[in-house]
Structures are given as structure tokens and as C-alpha cells.
Ligand binder design. Structure first.
Ligand code: NAX
Length: 333
């Protein structure tokens, strides 16, 4: 049997934490032959419900779950972890300024970066879910310089999955037959869901979505994007709580594909440190199409970018540069 992997989940007593813990323990993230030990972190006011999550996980008798460790101490939580899923953060309250939210999260992520730097395993891979996800990941990268930057990523897979699902619905095909949508940029309303390279597998081979929807070019350019961008808000209105099960599922997909590889011929979207690909400034954490193999990712190169896409991609990069400046000014760096 394989050695258990240690997985840290921060914000484990929250909405997404409650949904993702059983998914991980059931093997949906790391595969059915990979045991794990869960490290659950939350803050003191949530310590009772954190303890309850631990009890429920124990009571589920998941065969792959070799242990659950719940704590409100970040240093203890990070000890020896191989994977860190950073969901906990400061949520925006009504009437709050963007600057205040940014500043609170920058402080949290700076501290958590130091703890990971000191106590996590050398090969630790990090997924930031907490918003502002890209900028939190950037802060984490800055303040955990010993963690290789390719090991620090943020979640845009939920947006990617939403885009894939929306196209499948429009085309009345199974969601699994749609592949290679892209979400570029920030996990925010400036994200650019791009269907230009997406295909649908049919009996006669892969067909471009653009060709299947020739009569719907306007829909693809406008409504499709807006619906994907606004989906989170739509769920929030309907449930009076933000998306949790789909976010948890997307986070599992992200780690699953990163560790175990993307299927041949298809890519996924991940927020990663830009290396300058597609003219996106290096140093930003930006969502790109990536292919994963044996635990590493590579940005898909050589895709043609039309003028419309170029503008949208640059808009989102501009917003990320602004967020970066704001976060840095909050930390006085
Ligand atoms: P909840 O408010 O239900 O849970 C957050 C949990 O984090 C709480 O239990 C809280 O006590 C804990 N927490 C706060 N500060 C902490 C700290 N310093 N250390 C550890 N734990 C801390 O929010 P939930 O709905 O679970 O959402 C969590 C985060 O995911 C939010 O920031 C949210 O904006 C973000 N999302 C990101 C998505 C993405 O695609 N990247 C989609 C879903 C979600 O909106």
C-alpha cells in the first residue's frame, strides 16, 4: 500500500470545507489507491464546528482516510503537508471596500505563507481557493520563496467547468464530450471564458464548437461569457449561500489532474505564475490552459488569439496588476 499523503484544508469548518473533506477522503482527489491524512485548519471562533467536521469524517469510516488532525494553529496544521488547499480567508461583508478585503487577506496569506515555508514538506503543492484567489496566491508565492513557484496555483477550474457545462447544455451533448474550453485571467468578473478552441467529440471525430454554433456567434461572444462570469452570483441568489459543492468538486479536479495528469489531447484551466506566455506579464498569477503530466503543468503554447480575445485577456491582466499593487501597498512592500 502507498504511504499516506498529508493534505491540509484551511477554512475546513466553512461551506466549501464541509463539502470537500469527504470528497478527498473518498479518493476523488488523489485516486482510489492513495491513502491520506487530513489536516483541518480553521480559526478559534469556528473551533467547535471544526471538531464536528472531524467527528463526522471519523464516523464515515472512509477506508482511505488514515487520520484526521484538526487544529486552530497554522504552524501545527502545516507540519509535513504535501498538499495545501487554502480555502479559509476573510470574506467580504456588505458595504466593505475592496481595499479592506484585500488588506485583510494579504495579511492572512502572508502569515500562512511563512507557516508553509517553515513546516510543509519540500514538495508541497498549493491550491488557493479563497478570494481574491489569484492575488492571495501571489502573496503566498512572495512570502514563501523556498516553495518552487510552479507549486503555487489558484482555482479557476470552477469557471472552466461552468463554461464546459454551459456549452454542453447549449449543444445538447453530454458534458464529457466537450473539451478544451479556456478560462483566461482572474477569478473575478473580468475572467474571459473562451470557446474558440473548444471541441465536441462526435462519431466522426472532434468538431469545433464554433462550427457547431455558427448561427450563434453572438451568443458565444456575449451571453456565454456573461453567464459563466455571473454563475456564482446566480447561485448565491438562489441558495443565499455561495457555491460550495461545485467549488469543492472543482478543487478536487484541479489537484487530481495536476497529480495524475490531464487526458491525452485535452487541457484544463489553472491559475499559475505567468512566464510571459501570450504576452501576460510575468509575475502575475493568471489563469491559462495547461496540460499536466506526472505532477507538473505546462502552459499550452501556440493557440491563435483573435483581437476580441486579446482585449479581454489584457483587461483581466490589467485588473490583476491593480490587485497586486493594492495588496502590496496594504502590506507596505
Ligand atoms: P465560508 O465563510 O463558509 O468558510 C470560510 C472558512 O474559513 C470559515 O470557517 C472561516 O472561519 C475560515 N477562516 C477565516 N479566516 C481563516 C484563517 N485565517 N485561517 C483559516 N481559516 C479561516 O466560505 P466558503 O463558502 O467556504 O468560501 C471560502 C472561500 O472560497 C471564500 O474566500 C470564497 O470567496 C472562495 N471561493 C472561491 C472560488 C473559486 O473558484 N476560486 C469559488 C467558490 C468560493 O466563492
Amino acid at each position: 500500500e502507498k504511504e499516506p499523503i498529508r493534505v491540509l484544508v484551511t477554512g475546513a469548518a466553512g461551506n466549501i470545507g464541509y463539502a470537500i473533506s469527504p470528497m478527498i477522503a473518498r479518493g476523488m482527489m488523489l485516486g482510489q489507491d492513495q491513502p491520506m491524512i487530513l489536516h483541518l485548519l480553521d480559526i478559534e471562533p469556528a473551533s467547535k464546528s471544526l471538531e464536528a467536521v472531524k467527528m463526522e469524517l471519523q464516523d464515515s469510516a472512509f477506508p482511505l482516510l488514515h487520520g484526521v488532525f484538526a487544529t486552530t494553529n497554522i504552524d501545527e496544521a502545516c507540519k509535513g503537508v504535501n498538499i495545501a488547499i487554502m480555502i479559509g480567508g476573510f470574506a467580504r461583508k456588505e458595504g466593505m471596500e475592496r481595499r479592506d478585503v484585500m488588506s485583510k487577506n494579504a495579511v492572512i496569506f502572508k502569515a500562512q505563507a511563512s507557516a508553509l515555508e517553515r513546516y510543509a514538506s519540500d514538495d508541497c503543492k498549493v491550491l488557493v481557493v479563497a478570494n481574491p484567489a489569484n492575488t492571495n496566491a501571489l502573496i503566498l508565492k512572495e512570502f514563501a520563496p523556498s516553495i518552487p513557484e510552479e507549486n503555487i496555483t489558484c482555482l479557476t477550474r470552477l469557471d472552466h467547468n461552468r463554461a464546459q457545462a454551459r456549452l454542453a447544455e447549449k449543444l445538447s451533448v453530454p458534458v464529457s464530450s466537450v473539451k478544451n474550453v479556456i478560462v483566461w485571467g482572474n477569478h473575478s468578473s473580468t475572467q474571459y471564458p473562451d470557446s474558440n478552441h473548444a471541441t465536441v467529440s462526435t462519431k466522426t471525430g472532434d468538431q469545433p464548437v464554433r462550427e457547431l454554433l455558427v448561427a450563434d456567434q453572438k451568443w458565444l461572444k456575449n451571453e456565454f461569457s456573461t453567464e459563466v462570469q455571473q454563475r456564482g452570483a446566480e447561485i448565491l441568489r438562489a441558495r443565499r449561500q455561495s457555491s460550495a459543492l461545485s467549488a469543492a468538486s472543482a478543487a478536487c479536479d484541479h489537484i487530481h489532474d495536476w497529480f495524475l495528469g490531464t487526458p491525452k489531447g485535452s487541457w484544463v484551466s489553472m491559475g499559475v505564475c505567468s512566464d510571459g506566455s501570450y504576452g501576460i506579464a510575468p509575475g502575475l498569477v493568471y489563469s491559462f490552459p495547461v496540460i499536466c503530466e506526472k505532477g507538473s503543468w505546462k502552459i499550452v503554447q501556440g493557440l491563435s488569439i483573435d483581437e476580441f480575445s486579446r482585449e479581454k485577456m489584457d483587461d483581466s491582466a490589467r485588473e490583476l496588476a491593480e490587485e497586486k499593487a493594492l495588496a502590496y501597498s496594504c502590506l507596505n512592500v
